[in-house]
Design a protein around this ligand. Structure first.
Ligand code: PLP
Length: 383
């Protein structure tokens, strides 16, 4: 049985058109794009076409503002370290309480090495108030890094308003748009964003390819030095096939953005309504906030999310749980904790995330099983 895959914020299926676009670069077109001969030049040309497509997905004016990386994590790390290295006199960073570990972990390391980190709170719906930035940002602030959309709840931060608030503050504004790209419209020309992170595998490109948008003129020191690839901003021979794949995926995402969003949102909204109607004690986390069109984070009273995930998995349905299991002990999700959600509620939460490949039938299969699974887990927990 083919699994019902409802975990698209973890990763997505590679689009068939993407696989097709990549294949020549895994077989006949194997030149090194830095080579000056015709084989190398041809490959370099395809990288530039992919760069333009990724630039178009986020409205970047110049394609040389796109730097290909190995993943979203590398893009986030490069943004933070690259900005700090370029502003050595500034030792302060502002982030939010719900950032992905790809931002939080480098900041924890920096906090142990002489930097000051301010962590902005979110409200009960996971929303960030841009006014909190006014006091948080000081002349010593090098970078403000706030995500565009949250991976666990799908809650969207008001990136436009944030960039307006920061416009006269002489700081580098980075946003992690790994979950937002391909799901909502992004236009960096309309905002004051200095840097933006992307990851291919979240929008139907392969794993192991990402990109960092660096607006022209943004102070930046590269993390990887060497042969000077990627306009001297990220050395290392390019992952050509994956870059071409990410370009194709970006093109498909941009072309279908509105129609995909409408279909996915209506599927997600109907699914949420059915869950609320049929499963007592269920609650959508972040329900009053602007959210990504594909994401539902749901708490079920008196249950255990990890057990629900396990039971659904046995039935061929893939979703993910809000609680992470470290050394045997279930830890509450830091994202849900930051929203003031209790340990018990957080423990009983799961994330369901759809994509343009999700069908009505898949949601029906989930809904045939979920009420009984929740009931079983609830009963076991009570006993
Ligand atoms: N940022 C966010 C918001 C994410 O959801 C993820 C992955 O889940 C990442 C960064 C890391 O991306 P990657 O898996 O490409 O390293």
């Amino acid at each position: 049985m083919y699994p019902v895959y409802l975990d698209n914020n973890a990763t997505t299926k590679i689009a068939p058109e993407v696989v097709e676009a990549m294949l020549p670069f895994l077989t006949s077109c194997y030149g090194n794009p830095s080579s000056s001969h015709s084989v190398g030049r041809k490959v370099a040309g395809h990288i530039e076409k992919a760069r333009r497509k990724v630039a178009d997905l986020i409205g970047a004016q110049h394609s040389d503002e796109i730097v290909f990386t190995s993943c979203g994590t590398e893009s986030d790390t490069s943004a933070i370290f690259g900005a700090l290295a370029a502003c050595p006199d500034k030792k302060h960073i502002v982030i939010s309480a719900v950032e992905h570990p790809a931002i939080k972990e480098p900041c924890s390391w920096l906090a142990r090495h002489g930097y000051r980190i301010t962590v902005l709170p979110v409200n009960a719906d996971g929303e960030l108030d841009p006014r909190t930035l006014r006091d948080a940002v000081t002349p010593g602030t090098a970078v403000v890094s706030l995500m565009w959309a949250n991976n666990e709840t799908g809650v969207i931060f008001p990136v436009d308003e944030i960039s307006k608030t920061l416009s006269d503050r002489n700081v580098i504004f980075h946003t992690d748009a790994v979950q937002a790209a391909g799901k909502i419209s992004i236009d960096v020309k309309q905002t004051g964003i200095s840097m933006l992170s992307l990851s291919g595998h979240k929008f139907h490109a392969p794993k192991g390819i990402g990109a960092l948008y660096i607006r022209r003129g943004t102070p930046f020191v590269p993390l990887l030095r060497g042969g000077g690839q990627e306009n001297r901003k990220r050395s290392g021979t390019e992952n050509v096939a994956s870059i071409v794949g990410m370009g194709k995926a970006a093109q498909l995402a941009a072309e279908g953005l509105n129609s995909h969003a409408t279909a996915i949102r209506s599927l997600r909204d109907r699914m949420e309504a059915r869950i609320i109607d049929t499963i007592p004690g269920s609650k959508i986390n972040g329900r009053n906030a602007r959210r990504l069109i594909n994401t539902s984070n749901i708490s079920f009273d008196g249950t255990n999310g990890s057990e629900i995930v396990r039971e659904l998995d046995r039935l061929g349905i893939c979703v993910s749980s809000g609680a992470a299991c470290h050394s045997g002990a279930a830890q509450p999700s830091p994202v849900l904790s930051a929203m003031g959600i209790s340990f018990m509620e957080s423990q009983g939460s799961i994330r369901i995330s759809l994509s343009r490949y999700t069908t009505e039938k898949e949601v029906d299969i989930l809904m045939e099983q979920l009420p009984e699974v929740v009931e079983r887990v609830r009963k076991r927990k009570k006993d």
